[in-house]
Design a protein around this ligand. Structure first.
Ligand SMILES: [Zn+2]
Length: 128
């Protein structure tokens, strides 16, 4: 069974409980890395400058405490293989539905992979 690295665990621990809950179920069946949870002001503006985010602080859901967004990637990470990102997100979404039905979480999620303007494949956020 896959397990989170120390870095993944550290990032995940900054996220909303519902994001954590689904990720903790998903890691039991699919190996992935948590790239980012909460981003402080310097980190958010660095992400903006690098083109990894469209938003400046504090507009991103990564800027909330706890973070209302998480970035995850299939492990080992291959940015050229978007099929694997899709597969991971399908599994995440299926688990999230199941956990909502069971009353284990309440949140609905939005996927950066579904955005039409700038696709953000690792990004999952809680719908507001
Ligand atoms: Zn993100």
């Amino acid at each position: 069974m896959a397990a989170f690295s120390k870095k993944s665990e550290q990032c995940l621990s900054t996220c909303h409980p519902d994001l954590q809950a689904v990720c903790r179920e998903l890691i039991k069946q699919y190996d992935f890395a948590v790239l980012c949870g909460h981003r402080n002001k310097a980190e958010q503006n660095a992400a903006f400058d690098a083109g990894r985010s469209r938003l400046i602080y504090p507009q991103s859901k990564h800027n909330s405490k706890p973070a209302l967004a998480v970035d995850i990637a299939p492990y080992p990470i291959d940015w050229g293989n978007l099929y694997r990102f899709r597969e991971m997100l399908c599994r995440f979404d299926a688990l999230a539905r199941l956990m909502r039905e069971r009353g284990e979480i309440e949140s609905e999620f939005e996927y950066g992979a579904d955005w039409t303007s700038l696709k953000d494949y690792p990004h999952i956020e809680i719908k507001s």
